[in-house]
Every structure is written in structure tokens, then in C-alpha cells.
Design a binder for this molecule. Structure first.
Ligand code: NDP
Length: 325
């Protein structure tokens, strides 16, 4: 038996209870992992609330990211052995001391990178990797708007955009967060509680606007984000922190300048072993060279997952958040 957070019905943070659960034996292609740190992501709140359905229904153990040590490998697993340090991002069931997982989800943690750093960055950092390198290939010639610049994904994005030489504009919800976003390398930072971000983007860019907008806020920033784009610019909607974007008429893309729009998710960019390893390795290389530093803004014991989600949804967290085991 191991300690875990269990969701029996979807709802607010208080639906999460701290319980003892059975982990069981790994089946063919699976491994059993003993977690050493668990990464917390805003997406965990979507599953808890029922905005995204839990893959195996209720009850479920929330959380999508962790690092750990392989405890036992199931039949047919050749890539991982007991004792290996591994990590995963995007497989629900992480808020537990141990779990069984499909070995295809795992990446090996390089010897020169510590486990906490990986737990705090694999999901968020691979997201930044595909957003900046694949969904749109950002270069020094581009101007980019990135919402929630002081958040977990946002802090990594600011540093990575700087290393690419792009002109980057972040939005944030407080002056403290504005300082943090500036320190992460954003060229310009807008506190959207004090200033209208569309007007400020227009001013900052001298009316030229942005090549791409990365929007994880969703409901509250749509359709205003579209007004920050150049004609034929790309709108990347990759999250719902304020709620999902409401239904809209596709015609709005033509009215606002023959825009492109995409709604990507990490799973589709890391679906094959080759894609997963390449995406993770690019992130590890950014960490190794110091281009990206991972900031763990706060840690909570696993038993305090409720307080952790409350803080995240109240916008009190900065950088990455970990649950410790
Ligand atoms: P963050 O640390 O960025 O936390 C969310 C932030 O969003 C808040 O701190 C807050 O920053 C901002 N925000 C704006 N409106 C609201 C609101 N109504 N309620 C709460 N927060 C709000 O989280 P993560 O780094 O974990 O994730 C960032 C986003 O990226 C999430 O939307 C997540 O779902 C998405 N994501 C998408 C992936 C994909 O592949 N599609 C993968 C990974 C993450 P502020 O106070 O500055 O406004």
C-alpha cells in the first residue's frame, strides 16, 4: 500500500482525499515506479474539475508528471531496468508515492540533471519546446506575445524566447509577477490588471503587432488575443486557465487579418518514442547550457495537494510547483 491523492467525484480542490492505495504488479510493457518528486501542472485542475475526463474514469489519482526510480519492469520491457532514474509527462496518476506506468511514456533522466529540476520542468518545458520550435518556429525576426509569463510554462518560455533572440511580450497579473517575467528575459511585460494588453502590444510594436500569440488563459483573453496579431499571424490556444474559449465563428479569423489558429497539445507532439526523446533532449540541453533555469516557486507535501491546487487556482503560484514524497 502507498499514500496517494484520490478523486472520487469531480469538483473543487476539496474533492481530493489523501488515502492508501494498492499499486500492484507491472503488466507487459509496464514498469512500477517509486516517485521521488511530483510535478504539478494547471492541467491537473482540469481533470479534477471534470473539464477533461480522466482517461480511466472515476475514481482516479490525479497528476500527470513525476520523476522516480524504476522498482520493477514488466514482461517485454528492455529499455528500463530496476534502479533507473526516469521521468514522465502527460500520464494521469502521478499524485502517489508509487505507480505502475506504460514504459513508452518514460524518459531517462540524464546523469547531469537533478530529479527535482526534471519534475519541475518536463511537462512545462517540453510544452515550450514544441510551441516555440515546432508549432511555430520562432527566430530573432519574430515578435511574440506569451500570456501568463510568470507561470510555470511562462517562465521557461521567457528564457527560451530570449535565447532564440525573439522580441517577446509577456502578460502577467501583478507587479510582482511583472518583475519575475522581466527577470526571465521577456523584452516587454504588461500587467493586464493595470493596462489594456491589446493597446500596449500595439504601442510596443509601433502598430506592427505580433507574428504569433501563445494563449493559455483561454476564455478571458479571447478574442482580444487575435487583435495582437499581424495579418496572417498565428494564434496558438494551448490552455484554459480562465476557462475554455467559447464557440466562435471561423469568419473572425478572416475579419481580423486572414489569421491562422491552432489548439495543440503535448501528447500529439510526443506520441512516438523518437518525438518524445527528441523533445525531452532539447529541453535537457537548454537546462545543461544554462539557457533555461528551472525555478521551483513552491513545494507542498503530497498530503497537501488541496492547498496546492487552491494556491494555483488563486493565481498565487509563480514558476513551477512540486509535490514532495
Ligand atoms: P501557470 O503556473 O501558468 O498558472 C496559470 C496562470 O494563468 C496563473 O498563475 C495566472 O497568471 C494565469 N491566469 C489567468 N487567468 C487565470 C484564472 N482565471 N485563473 C487562474 N489562473 C489564471 O500554470 P502552468 O504553467 O501549469 O500551465 C500554464 C498553462 O499552459 C495552463 O493553461 C495549462 O493548461 C497550459 N498547458 C498546456 C499544455 C498543452 O500542451 N496544451 C501543456 C502544459 C500546460 P497571472 O496571474 O499572471 O494572470
Amino acid at each position: 500500500m502507498v499514500k496517494a491523492i484520490v478523486v472520487r467525484k469531480t469538483g473543487g480542490p476539496e474533492v481530493m482525499s489523501f488515502e492508501e492505495i494498492e499499486v500492484g504488479e507491472p503488466g507487459p510493457g509496464e514498469v512500477r515506479l517509486r516517485h521521488t518528486a511530483i510535478g504539478v501542472n494547471f492541467i491537473d485542475t482540469y481533470y479534477r474539475k471534470g473539464l477533461y475526463p480522466a482517461p480511466a474514469g472515476l475514481p482516479f489519482v490525479p497528476g500527470a508528471e513525476a520523476v522516480g526510480i524504476v522498482d520493477k519492469a514488466g514482461e517485454g520491457v528492455v529499455q528500463f531496468r530496476p534502479g533507473d532514474r526516469v521521468a514522465y509527462a502527460g500520464s494521469v496518476g502521478a499524485y502517489a508515492e508509487a505507480r505502475v506506468i506504460d514504459s513508452r511514456k518514460l524518459v531517462r533522466i540524464p546523469d547531469d540533471i537533478d530529479g527535482y529540476t526534471v519534475a519541475a520542468s518536463l511537462l512545462k518545458g517540453m510544452t515550450v519546446q514544441y510551441l516555440l520550435r515546432q508549432t511555430f518556429k520562432v527566430t530573432r525576426d519574430h515578435t511574440v506575445l506569451f500570456h501568463a509569463g510568470a507561470g510555470g510554462v511562462g517562465q521557461i518560455a521567457g528564457q527560451w524566447l530570449k535565447s532564440l533572440g525573439a522580441t517577446s511580450i509577456a502578460t502577467v497579473g501583478s507587479d510582482e509577477k511583472a518583475e519575475i517575467a522581466r527577470a526571465c528575459g521577456y523584452t516587454h511585460v504588461i500587467n493586464y490588471r493595470k493596462e489594456d494588453f491589446v493597446a500596449r502590444v500595439d504601442e510596443i510594436t509601433g502598430g506592427a503587432k505580433c507574428d504569433v500569440v501563445y494563449d493559455s488563459v483561454g476564455k478571458d483573453t479571447f478574442p482580444a488575443s487575435l487583435d495582437c496579431l499581424k495579418p496572417r499571424g498565428l494564434f496558438v490556444s494551448f490552455g484554459n486557465s480562465s476557462g475554455p474559449v467559447a464557440e466562435f465563428n471561423l469568419g473572425i479569423l478572416s475579419q481580423k487579418g486572414s489569421l491562422y489558429a491552432t489548439r495543440p497539445t503535448l501528447a500529439h507532439y510526443t506520441a512516438t518514442r523518437a518525438d518524445l526523446d527528441a523533445c525531452a533532449e532539447d529541453l535537457f540541453e537548454q537546462i545543461r547550457t544554462g539557457a533555461v533555469t528551472i525555478n521551483v516557486g513552491q513545494k507542498f507535501p503530497l498530503a497537501e495537494a488541496v492547498a496546492c491546487h487552491k494556491a494555483m487556482e488563486a493565481r498565487e503560484t509563480v514558476g513551477s510547483t512540486l509535490l514532495t514524497v
